[in-house]
Design a protein around this ligand. Structure first.
Ligand SMILES: *Cc1c(COP(=O)(O)O)cnc(C)c1O
Length: 417
């Protein structure tokens, strides 16, 4: 059998291209094309810079890290012009000086814990905190030698009596998850400051627009950008914001060592949604108050836990501290309805989807059995006698006339009698 001649194996990379870089072979041109893109293009959208490798012009640049304007950029994981645009935009909206981006809202919470606490430290957490934040605290307590104690979200200045010599951090959430109590942030911050304890707030509900944590003296704000900032129910991202340079240095170092970064494409998606954030939030606010007030009139509902309504524990704190409300609230159903009936009511809704992560255009409903969620015993609030089930509602951007008609049909179908 004749041997296959070498020339019979065609190698598309063996030649030089007819035009362009005549001095390099095709495989080199494939990697390093000498492109000639005309300058002067500008648009409203910041460029989406995908990049793991940051390229330096010489070694002096590579070695002189930290000097803004020359070698500010270091590594794609830490920052790109796209992530930096999002960081600055978020800081401007919430009144912070620094922003760090994380792969989710929960990662933002986690960063605060790991950056600021070490074995032997103590942290205070509200009893109505976002569920995975509670789970996180329990993990730290079990495996990392941190003591985690839960306080009644309505404790106010009474928090002073819980602060110990080794208390390093007080978490707040306003309003708290699911049950919507609005804490007396002013009193909690005053007590923390008197003892030199850092404060962090999960400020996701107001998207950083209706509650100004840094003006209140809170050190750190956490945002689940997954919610309103994304607005599309299609991105997961979180942020930790602060005004304090020393706190930022600790947070930034921990983020780097954890190896947490975000993709430029996801940053781009959130950046697209920020210009409409204030008008979207105002629309959610208007619609949610309308639906909440309709629900308040219904005999099936005993309480509407919406911070802008007087039924909500901490309503006076909301009036003092907030400039608006958002689209998420809860209702307590009459105690004559069983858990199964309330589940059937939620399933009878047609426009409200069943799902957790809110902040997008679609309305949502989820039932909760609260007593099992509050091990520190702060539920029900003092003076309440109800035993009814809770339904959390998120009001999206549908027409409220249709949403109210949907709630009515589900009540009439399932809760009659
Ligand atoms: C959704 C949510 C988070 C977590 O955000 P993810 O991006 O889903 O991890 C944290 N805090 C609050 C109050 C939330 O509603």
């Amino acid at each position: 059998m004749p041997a296959i001649k070498e020339s019979a194996v065609s190698d598309p990379t063996s030649g030089k291209p007819a035009s362009g870089s005549a001095s390099h072979y095709i495989q080199t041109v494939a990697v390093q094309p000498e492109l000639d893109i005309a300058p002067g293009f500008d648009s409203f959208s910041p460029a989406t810079h995908r990049g793991s490798t940051v390229v330096f012009r010489n070694l002096a640049e590579l070695r002189a890290y930290g000097d803004r304007g020359t070698t500010y950029w270091r590594y794609g994981l830490h920052a790109t012009p796209t992530s930096e645009a999002l960081c600055q935009h978020l800081a401007l909206l919430e009144g912070a000086r620094h922003t760090l981006l994380l792969p989710s809202g929960l990662a933002a919470i986690s960063l605060v814990y790991f950056a600021l606490l070490k074995s032997g430290d103590d942290v205070l957490v509200p009893d109505n905190v976002y569920g995975p934040n509670r789970d996180h605290g329990e993990w730290l307590a079990r495996d990392f030698g941190v003591t985690v104690r839960y306080y009644d979200p309505m404790i106010g200045g009474g928090i002073a009596g819980m602060i110990r010599a080794n208390t390093r951090l007080i978490w707040m959430e306003s309003p708290g998850s699911v049950t919507m109590e609005v804490p007396d942030s002013e009193a909690i911050v005053a007590a923390a400051k008197a003892r030199g304890v850092l404060t962090a707030i999960d400020n996701t509900w107001s998207a950083g627009l209706y509650f100004r944590p840094f003006d209140m003296g809170i050190d750190i704000s956490v945002q689940a950008l997954t919610k309103y900032q994304s607005g599309g129910s299609d991105v997961l991202m979180g942020a930790v914001l602060t005004r304090d340079d020393a706190v930022q240095a600790r947070l930034k170092r921990a983020r780097m060592l954890m190896g947490w970064g975000v993709s430029a494409d996801d940053c781009h998606l959130v950046l697209r949604s920020l210009p409409s954030l204030p008008v979207r939030l105002a629309a959610h606010d208007r619609a949610a108050r309308e639906v909440a007030e309709w629900l308040h009139q219904r005999p099936e509902v005993v309480r509407v836990l919406h911070p802008a309504l007087p039924d909500c524990p901490g309503h006076a704190n909301w009036r003092r501290d907030f400039t608006g409300a958002s689209g998420l609230f809860a209702i307590i159903m009459h105690e004559r309805y069983s858990q199964e009936q309330v589940d059937a009511f939620v399933e009878a809704l047609r426009l409200f989807a069943i799902g957790w992560s809110w902040g997008g255009a679609h309305s949502l409903a989820v039932p909760y059995h609260v007593p099992t969620m509050r091990p520190a015993g702060s539920w029900p609030p003092a003076g309440w006698q109800h035993a009814g089930e809770l339904v959390r509602l998120y009001i999206g951007l549908e027409d409220t006339r249709d949403l109210i008609a949907d709630l009515r049909q589900a009540m009439e179908q399932v809760l009659k009698g």
